[in-house]
Design a protein around this ligand. Structure first.
Ligand SMILES: CC(=O)N[C@H]1[C@@H](OP(=O)(O)OP(=O)(O)OC[C@H]2O[C@@H](n3ccc(=O)[nH]c3=O)[C@H](O)[C@@H]2O)O[C@H](CO)[C@@H](O)[C@@H]1O[C@H](C)C(=O)N[C@@H](C)C(=O)N[C@H](CCC(=O)O)C(=O)O
Ligand SMILES: Nc1ncnc2c1ncn2[C@@H]1O[C@H](COP(=O)(O)OP(=O)(O)OP(=O)(O)O)[C@@H](O)[C@H]1O
Length: 520
């Protein structure tokens, strides 16, 4: 059985638009009569086709989308938008063809036009960076709700429209889906939307047709070097978000050295923020400074100090300094969007701090007895470093780190992940994650070898599959110990040879605790 692919959210009451008018307004060439053709939606996939759609045939990694034009017509598509090659491929499809140089480059503006998302858009927030995008987006959404707004969210984990929740496929949806989502949000009177923007999304035009009111940068560290040749290329992929055609203003964290470079290369007004340690040798030049004042098992308290003596103290219901950094970034993004710091402070104080639930982000799944078990989505060396440090601070006993590495994704980060995991833990349990089309034994071997080489004395267990590994970790743990299971986070499947096999790390961890007698 494979896990269900979540649906794409579309407006429930789309208004029809004239294809002829689109062609005229965009100055496009076309083949075949467009007389009387009305479009109500747009898609680049036959898997998500609605009658009345404009089907966009774009060249992909494997196929040219125009190959599916006839299938799209049978499914109710009323026209094809494609490039010259696609027009040739789809010559006999029976669909009128609208021509563009690059369907991907045209998709954002065309989708915005079809769904009228340029008209009275909500407040738009974008968050990018290697780690912390999802967390900051959820925290933004949480605070906006506390301020009384109807909100929307687009993240790796979920898309939210007010109270409606749908599981996500991509971190940042393709532009056609993004504008459909915004149109649906408008129907629900959503006033502010937090959007997680991946580097891949910026490289692939997925946020075209949007101008964010405020863009936030969390940090940059080693990840995605399968998609980008090196860190410079990965960094360069993030920069377009910080230019006038993409965002009006930005808040940039200086917590990683790349933050300063974003400031230097951005061409929009930028405000900076940084986590500071009282008494540190190098004072921070950031506009806003975050000081963690208390780290408890259920929350992290911090003070945010800004220009003109402005200050706010609150708490985030998550563990770790990095979560205070994400929460403070969210608050300053709101200030840049013209919310009063005082009003934010009052709303948070009324609720005893920020109210937000972040699925699978250092989520504690254990109860009052036995070891603490946290399930986390971290899958990069820097994420491991931060979450392990956070867990360590509450753990009187041993810290057991359980993790595997993604198959068919950046292989160069694996040894460093293993070294960081060994350095920050007392016991390592190495297992499988999403093997995809790779051999899981060989992925584990790379991790075990790297950890052993760096820390020959470290206690390392290799256990496959993860269902057995979490049970092994629980057996190794006792009262006062912690298990950090990094990687699976919120996900409800494992990708094994391209099949999404249903699986929940959080449920497995709860079952393992129950079987060991630590939970009812
Ligand atoms: C590697 C990559 O970017 N792939 C994307 C790409 O697929 P592709 O080029 O392989 O498509 P293809 O199979 O050649 O097909 C070409 C076209 O024909 C269409 N088609 C194909 C078959 C069919 O039966 N009907 C049909 O309409 C496809 O929708 C596509 O438009 O075009 C598809 C449709 O637009 C995307 O969904 C797909 O993203 C895949 C799922 C993906 O995983 N992308 C990753 C790299 C990604 O974007 N990740 C980031 C970052 C995550 C993070 O922060 O960690 C993200 O934002 O999610
Ligand atoms: N500011 C931060 N600095 C470093 N690590 C962080 C930070 N915020 C979160 N993390 C770590 O990174 C993991 C992933 O967090 P989150 O999902 O918020 O990031 P993301 O950028 O959305 O990741 P992805 O690109 O994989 O979706 C967390 O579970 C935590 O381990």
């Amino acid at each position: 059985m494979s896990a269900r692919i979540p649906p794409v959210l579309r407006p429930e009451h789309p208004s029809a638009r004239s294809l002829g008018q689109l062609v005229t307004e965009f100055g496009l060439d076309h083949v075949g009569s467009l007389d009387g053709i009305e479009i109500t939606g747009v898609t680049l996939s036959t898997g998500d086709l609605h009658p009345g759609d404009l089907y966009v045939g774009m060249p992909g990694a494997h196929r040219h989308g125009a190959e599916f034009a006839a299938e799209a017509r049978e499914g109710g598509a009323v026209a094809l938008l494609t490039d010259a090659k696609g027009a040739e491929i789809a010559r006999d499809s029976g669909l009128p063809v609208v021509l563009v140089d690059s369907p991907r480059a045209a998709l954002g503006e065309v989708s915005a036009w079809i769904y009228r998302t340029h008209e009275q858009p909500p407040l738009l927030f974008a968050v990018t960076g290697t780690n912390g995008k999802t967390s900051t987006s959820y925290l933004l959404e949480g605070i906006l709700k506390q301020l009384g707004l109807v909100t929307g969210l687009s993240s790796t984990a979920e898309r939210h429209i007010g109270e409606l929740v749908v599981v996500s496929r991509l971190t940042t949806p393709e532009a056609s889906e993004m504008h459909a989502l915004l149109a649906r949000m408008r129907e629900s009177e959503v006033r502010a939307v937090a959007v997680e923007v991946s580097a891949q999304a910026l490289s692939r035009n997925r946020v075209d047709g949007l101008v964010f009111d405020v863009a936030g940068f969390t940090n940059l560290s080693h990840d995605h070097l399968d998609d980008y040749a090196d860190m410079e290329e990965y960094f360069a992929a993030k920069l377009p978000l910080f230019q006038p055609d993409r965002a009006k203003r930005a808040v940039v964290s200086l917590d990683s050295p790349y933050g300063q470079r974003v400031v230097e290369e951005s061409r929009i007004p930028v405000t900076t923020i940084q986590v500071v340690t009282p008494g540190a040798d190098t004072p921070s030049d950031a506009d806003w400074k975050v000081t963690v004042t208390e780290e408890a098992a259920a929350y992290t308290a911090f003070t945010l100090d800004g220009p003109e003596g402005r200050s706010l103290s609150t708490r985030v219901p998550m563990i770790g300094i990095h979560m205070a950094a994400d929460a403070a970034l969210a608050i300053v993004m709101l200030v840049e969007a013209s919310f009063e710091l005082e009003a934010i402070g009052q709303a948070l104080e009324a609720d005893g701090g920020i109210v937000a639930y972040l699925p699978g982000r250092t989520e504690r799944v254990s109860g009052d007895r036995g070891p603490s078990v946290f399930v986390d989505f971290g899958h990069s060396p820097d994420a491991f470093l931060n979450t392990l440090a956070a867990v360590r601070r509450f753990t009187p006993g041993k810290v057991i780190m359980l993790f595997g590495a993604d198959g068919d994704r950046d292989t160069t980060k694996r040894p460093e992940m293993a070294r960081v995991a060994a350095a920050g833990s007392d016991i390592l349990v190495i297992t499988d994650h999403h093997p995809r089309f790779e051999d899981p034994d060989s992925i584990r071997k790379t991790l075990v070898d790297a950890a052993r080489e760096a820390y020959p004395e470290h206690e390392i267990h290799e256990v496959s599959p993860p269902e057995a590994a979490i049970r092994a970790a629980v057996v190794l743990a006792g009262e006062g110990d912690s298990i950090l299971w990094a990687g699976p986070g919120h996900q409800d499947y494992r990708d094994i040879e391209g099949v999404r096999t249903p699986y929940s790390a959080r449920d497995e961890a709860r079952d393992a605790l129950r079987e060991a007698g630590w939970a009812e």
